[in-house]
Design a protein around this ligand. Structure first.
Ligand code: PMV
Length: 279
């Protein structure tokens, strides 16, 4: 069986500003090209089916983890004036799920790209953002939009919710290592607990958010001017601040300690935390 549409998307890494970005502070994220998602569309003569990490079979019977994708496919098919019938959506992912690497945004982006490709309709950046945001709202409730923007643009971004983003021209003579703790991250829970902490203790949390903002702004300069030592120090300080907001965990702490003891210039968790990856 030949596919007649294909869409690809990469993962992403948040270098600085996870969590504080939710409060309007800036963040820096990079596309993670080493892990990709590929979605292929096949013609069938049945109701829509899907093969993916979570489900193999009728889209209608997909589990809750795929509700966002299900809605997304429905909305895009309506937009493309296609019947809700006659295609198979094959999702092949090398982006591990729930590790802070942007798998949910990447799947949505690859799905939208594959459907527009299948029905030969031009996909603008604006349309892509619009559709991906629908699925991300279902997944994350109130996402900052950082993941989706970094993956759709495929560039290193300095991003601020409601204010937009600018591309960072990286000049870095350094290696970034991504390590997976192997434990699923709990972004949704971490985001809502940070909110509770912030509501209950604004005098503690606001200075943390302000310092994260300052560090993120500094890091933009470091990235543009090859200041690797300062970058490392800023990353480690950001990790300590995130830890104060209870979004680290035992494994992340172990990985961060181990990295620093073995010569890393800096180390921190990346993404929502409470598991997932560190850099
Ligand atoms: O865990 P991830 O990759 O979905 O990253 C979440 C980043 C947060 O700043 C914690 C939330 C957000 O919406 O930006």
């Amino acid at each position: 069986m030949n596919n007649f549409g294909q869409g690809i998307a990469t993962g992403k890494i948040i270098l600085m500003g996870e969590h504080s970005v939710v409060y309007g502070k800036p963040a820096i994220a990079l596309p993670f090209n080493q892990v990709q998602i590929s979605v292929k569309i096949y013609k069938t003569d049945r109701p829509i089916t899907i093969s993916s990490y979570y489900h193999n079979g009728l889209l209608d019977e997909a589990p809750k983890e795929l509700f966002g994708i299900k809605q997304l496919i429905q909305i895009v098919m309506v937009y493309l004036k296609q019947p809700f019938f006659g295609i198979h959506v094959d999702i092949e992912s090398k982006v591990p799920v729930q590790r802070g690497l942007g798998s949910s945004a990447a799947v949505s982006i690859a799905v939208v790209r594959s459907l527009f490709d299948a029905f030969d309709v031009e996909l603008t950046q604006e349309k892509l953002n619009y559709f991906v945001d629908i699925a991300e709202q279902i997944h994350h409730e109130n996402p900052s939009g950082l993941d989706a923007m970094t993956i759709t643009l495929g560039k290193a971004l300095f991003f601020q919710k409601d204010l937009g983003q600018s591309v960072i021209s990286l000049k870095m003579d350094a290696v970034l290592v991504v390590a997976d703790t192997g434990k699923k991250g709990l972004t949704k829970e971490a985001v809502s607990e940070v909110r509770k902490l912030w509501q209950d203790n604004p005098t503690v949390v606001n200075p943390i958010l302000d310092r994260l903002e300052e560090l993120t702004k500094n890091v933009k300069n470091f990235l543009e001017n090859n200041e690797v030592i300062r970058l490392g120090l800023a990353m480690t300080e950001a990790h300590q601040l995130l830890k104060l907001m209870n979004v680290s965990d035992e494994k992340l702490e172990k990985f961060v300690d181990l990295s620093l003891k073995n010569g890393a210039l800096g180390a921190k968790l990346t993404g929502g935390g409470r598991g997932g990856c560190m850099i």
